[in-house]
Design a protein around this ligand. Structure first.
Ligand code: TXA
Ligand code: MG
Length: 307
C-alpha cells in the first residue's frame, strides 16, 4: 500500500481498523492523535512501538459524550464542573482511575487522563467504535506534534494502519491537562483552556504548573524539530541574530505572530517546515506570558531545551 493511500475520510473504514486491533491517526481540535482501542493490550502496545515511546508514559483515554465517563474515572466536584463546561474541548482531566482502566493505559498509575475531543469526525468515529480509544499525539516520541494527516504519515509512515483526514487542527497545540484529585487542582500542561478559566469554573484558585509536575515526560525536552530552536524576547532581537547567522552562512528563520491564536495554529507547522527547508536555526520570539501565550512559551522552551 503506498503511504498516501493510508489517508482516508471514511469513518467506517477507520472504525473497522480500530475494532480489528489496528492503530489509526485521528484528527482532534488540538493535534492529531494515534488511536487504539484502550482495552486492547496488543493494539495499545503497537501505539507505543510506532511512537518509540517508553511504555511507562501513560496515555489519554478519549471518549465520546455518549460514553459513561464514570466507567473510567472518578470525577470530583471540580472535575465534573470542568467536564460540564468545557467538553467536548481542549481539556484533559487527570482523575483517580476505576478498576476498568488497565495498567497498560496508565503505566500502573492510580490516575487516568480523560478527554472528550471537539472534532466531529472523531466523535462520530468514537460512537461507531463504541469503545474508548487511547490517543497520544501521533508523532515520534519527543518530536513535533502533527496538525495534519500528512504530518502523521510523514512521521509514522507504514507503522500506522490508517489516518482519518479531518483537515488541519483548529487549535494547533495539545490540550490543557488539569489534575483533579482529592486535594489537588493543578495545571500539568498549559493549553488553550487557561488557569483563569479553570479557576472561574471551579471557584478554586489555581496556578499554572504549580509544584512538581506529575505528568511523566512534561519536564524533559520535547516538541523538538531537527533545527536548533533559540528563544528571543523581541522581534528586533530575533532579526538581529538572524542577520548575524546569515552573514556566517547559517540558515536562520524567525518565528513570530502578534496574534496568539495564529501563533499556536502555525507553531508546529513552522517547525516542521524549517526542517523540510533544511533550516539550521529557528529564532522564536516568545509571546506574552498570558492566556494561550503561556502554552506557546511552554512548547517553545521545551523545543529549545532539546538543542
Ligand atoms: O491534545 C491532546 O491532549 C492530544 C490529542 C491527540 O488528544 N494528546 C496528547 O497526548 O497530547 P500525549 O500522550 O502526547 O500527551 C499526554 C500527556 C503525556 O505527557 C502523559 O505523560 C500525560 O499526558 N498523562 C497521561 N496520563 C497520565 C497519568 N495517568 N498521570 C500523569 N500524566 C499522564
Ligand atoms: Mg505528545
Amino acid at each position: 500500500m503506498n503511504l498516501s493511500s493510508r489517508i482516508t475520510q471514511d469513518i467506517d473504514k477507520a472504525c473497522l481498523v480500530l475494532q480489528q486491533g489496528g492503530i489509526v491517526g485521528i484528527p482532534t481540535e488540538t493535534v492529531y492523535g494515534l488511536a487504539a482501542v484502550a482495552l486492547n493490550a496488543e493494539a495499545v502496545s503497537r501505539v507505543f512501538q510506532a511512537k518509540g515511546r517508553p511504555t511507562s508514559h501513560p496515555l489519554i483515554v478519549h471518549l465520546s459524550p455518549h460514553d459513561d465517563i464514570n466507567r473510567w474515572g472518578v470525577l470530583n466536584e471540580s472535575a465534573q464542573a470542568l467536564a460540564n463546561a468545557l467538553w467536548p474541548g481542549p481539556l484533559t482531566l487527570l482523575v483517580p482511575r476505576t478498576r476498568l482502566v488497565p495498567d497498560w493505559v496508565t503505566g500502573a498509575r492510580e490516575t487516568v487522563a480523560l478527554r472528550i475531543p471537539a472534532h466531529d469526525m472523531t466523535l462520530a468515529l468514537l460512537d461507531a467504535v463504541s469503545d474508548a480509544v487511547v490517543a497520544p499525539s501521533a508523532n515520534r516520541f519527543g518530536q513535533v506534534s502533527p496538525t495534519s494527516a500528512e504530518h502523521v504519515i510523514n512521521d509514522l509512515g507504514d507503522s500506522v494502519d490508517l489516518v482519518l483526514d479531518g483537515g488541519s487542527c483548529a487549535i494547533g497545540i495539545e490540550s490543557t491537562i488539569v489534575e483533579c484529585t482529592n486535594s489537588i487542582l493543578q495545571i500539568l500542561r498549559p493549553g488553550k483552556v487557561s488557569a483563569l478559566e479553570v479557576a472561574e469554573i471551579t471557584g478554586l484558585s489555581i496556578s499554572d504548573m504549580a509544584g512538581p509536575s506529575r505528568a511523566p515526560g512534561m519536564l524533559i525536552a520535547h516538541y523538538a524539530p531537527n533545527a536548533r530552536v533559540e528563544l528571543c524576547s523581541t522581534i528586533s532581537e530575533a532579526e538581529e541574530r538572524r542577520g548575524t547567522y546569515i552573514s556566517n552562512g547559517t540558515s536562520a528563520d524567525v518565528l513570530h505572530h502578534d496574534d496568539l491564536t495564529s501563533y499556536a495554529l502555525s507553531l508546529y507547522d513552522h517547525l516542521r517546515n524549517a526542517d523540510l527547508r533544511g533550516c539550521d536555526v529557528v529564532l522564536a520570539v516568545l509571546p506574552p506570558d498570558v492566556g494561550l501565550g503561556i502554552a506557546i512559551r511552554d512548547r517553545l522552551s521545551k523545543a529549545a531545551a532539546s538543542n
